[in-house]
Ligand binder design. Structure first.
Ligand code: ZN
Ligand code: ZN
Ligand code: ZN
Length: 200
């Protein structure tokens, strides 16, 4: 654990499936997932707000991680064999603890307006209340999770991608995209403490 007295500990679990998974694997097996732990320094002004103010800050902090959590594998929808395109998050927080902690559970799904979206909402409701959910807009097609974290193009999803060696999470189509994204990704990369794959 960090020596920082103002550290925030976030555990993120991302669920999805992989190309070639059978319907049985998706419905009855343990879902494929990655669990990542992040540690971030809480700014003084936020830290002094106490647990309630911290919850809002912690929720905002998770927004800075969505790209990295999503573009981390050749993900398919958690409930069907289509490309995963949308992230449906649920939160649990213990901001009164020392250090304050939050868990976020993200289901990667094909389309929030489909039966898969319904299933994901049911699953996330059991895990925790969706605090400020990032609701996908109706009818919008989002980039594939399998695509590069920077260019997010369908073409990049067809290529062999490289994973950032710092965090071992975020994937890019090449060195150019990785370099161009570094300004954004740097903070996430440094905050990443552990990444555990459950990939059977
Ligand atoms: Zn689906
Ligand atoms: Zn790219
Ligand atoms: Zn990284």
């Amino acid at each position: 654990m960090s020596e920082d007295p103002q550290v925030f500990v976030l555990t993120a679990v991302v669920y999805g499936s992989a190309p070639g998974d059978s319907a049985d694997t998706r419905n009855f097996g343990p879902p494929r997932h990655v669990e990542a732990e992040f540690q971030a320094h809480i700014p003084d002004v936020e830290f002094n707000k106490g647990p309630d103010g911290l919850t809002a800050w912690g929720t905002m902090y998770t927004h800075s991680l969505y790209i990295d959590l999503k573009h981390s594998h050749d993900w398919r929808c958690a409930y069907c064999d289509k490309q995963a395109r949308e992230s449906l998050p649920a939160f649990m927080s213990w901001m009164h603890l020392k250090p304050p902690r939050m868990n976020i559970y993200v289901h990667l799904i094909c389309d929030g307006d489909s039966p898969c979206g319904e299933q994901a909402r049911e699953a996330t409701e059991m895990m925790g209340p969706p605090v400020m959910p990032r609701l996908p807009k109706f009818g919008q097609v989002y980039p594939q999770a399998a695509s590069c974290a920077k260019c997010q193009s369908d073409d990049s999803a067809q290529k062999d991608q490289m994973r950032c060696s710092g965090c071992k999470l975020t994937r890019y189509c090449g060195a150019n995209c990785q370099r161009e994204d570094w300004k954004r990704h740097k903070k996430v990369c440094k905050a990443t403490k552990e990444v555990k794959w459950t990939w059977v």
